[in-house]
Design a protein around this ligand. Sequence first.
Ligand code: HEM
Ligand code: HEM
Length: 449
Amino acid sequence: MTAETHSKPASAAGPVRYSTVAIILHWLIAAALIFQVILGWRADDGPKGAETFALFQLHKSIGITILVLSVARLLWKLTHKSPPAPAGQPTWEKIAAHAVHVGFYVIMIGLPLTGWIIVSTSRINIPTILFGAIPWPHLPGLPELAAGAKDAWNNIGHLGHGLLVKFTYVLLALHLGAVAKHQILDRDEVFGHMAAGARPGLKEPRLWLAAAGFAAVVAAGYLYTPAKAKAPAAAPEQSAADELALPDETPAAAAPAATPAGPATAAPMAAAEATPPPADSALKDPVAWAVQKGSHLDFNLAWADTPIQGKFSRWTADILFSPEALDRSKLTVSIDLASAGTGDGQRDESLQGPDFFNTSANPKATFTATKFRKTAEGRFVADGTLDLRGVKKPLSLPFSLKIDGDTATARGVTTLDRTAFGVGQGEWASTDQIPAKIKVSFALTARKK
Ligand code: HEM
Ligand code: HEM
């Protein structure tokens, strides 16, 4: 009888724990938020390289996820009953608990919103693609603001984000302190509100599970390395390997009679050295050419109706080419995008920024061609792939060629659509200031290696 009268008022006052949906959302958001804070520290402190860029992409993705989950959780909370405070809890504690919980909703929604303001008003306009897959818009109205107003909003975003981060530390300390107090000193059911079935005291395994989960999330936040950051390092290795493969194959395939098949396949590099192509048939096999000084690679565009001439001062070309061996000819041009110069320091700096080449994430552009067509006497087209700013697209490069003994001169010009490669983000994606078509031309002199 006593037991019954005891339990009845408790259940009449409300449920003994949060609903399953509220509990799942609580732990999910808690884990995401702690991971997110560590990502924020790492992204903010890191060198402005590819890894930092990728960390920010993830920071934005998780932050927006937290926003969505928190709004869902708030709606759920407003429409479902929460468990009552433990019997006999002092009023100040009830008020404090309520204040901390409200504070949490403020940061859970305020942090992503201020972060969103920062990225929507940034001078260097970086689009947000959640988890690399879902395009997420900027906050409506902000990207279109005039420069002054935009900067003001950007400052508000930074200030707000920074203050809310500090507020989060305070809330978290109070929250965890309160959980410990309830669990260890008061020995009441509060932890059980959020961890179904938990009993008071230090022996409760769910408490240790929560502590281990906390440590695991912190460790994951520090250990996580974005896959994207590894890509630029791997790419040059890949192309170097491709280039090495070619001279190996050529003698083996083209001169089987001169070289015993066995050693050629077993030790292709040795075979290549042992059987230089005979001088008179030199042009029958693709020839390796070394680009000479004075060769240049240029680009032309219009910026607000002003024609602009630019050039890349650092680029390399690996050329294996003979008009008689078009099928085995090969060209790889590697362009150091940070070497782009248009005669205006400020403009060149913005060219390297995330709005244009984004050189920190994609330092190089490469054009690789393995198909060549002859279109007229001394005229050819290289059909290849341009890898620019992480986007690979087919590109045909027509060129004229004159070979005079050991020296070749070639000139070519093509146009490409910068928007297809994402060169020009945010306000620059529109083509009213800078048209989409960019003319790229080269003139080179090469000597037989
Ligand atoms: C950043 C991380 C966290 C956030 C944002 C957060 C947020 C919240 C919020 C807003 C509530 C109130 C319930 C609601 O309105 O839905 C709550 C309750 C609770 N949280 Fe957390 N929490 C976090 C981390 C933790 C951790 C790490 C623990 C345990 C070790 C924990 C244990 C609890 C418990 C036991 C309750 C129930 C309190 C009661 O019924 O009065 N929380 N949390
Ligand atoms: C609950 C979600 C979020 C948390 C907990 C969080 C946390 C943090 C932290 C701890 C920092 C480092 C601050 C410092 O070291 O001073 C940071 C920086 C930053 N966060 Fe977030 N963030 C959240 C959501 C977002 C979102 C959604 C975005 C963008 C869409 C964003 C954009 C930024 C930017 C741009 C910075 C660097 C600029 C600055 O320091 O003011 N954040 N964030």
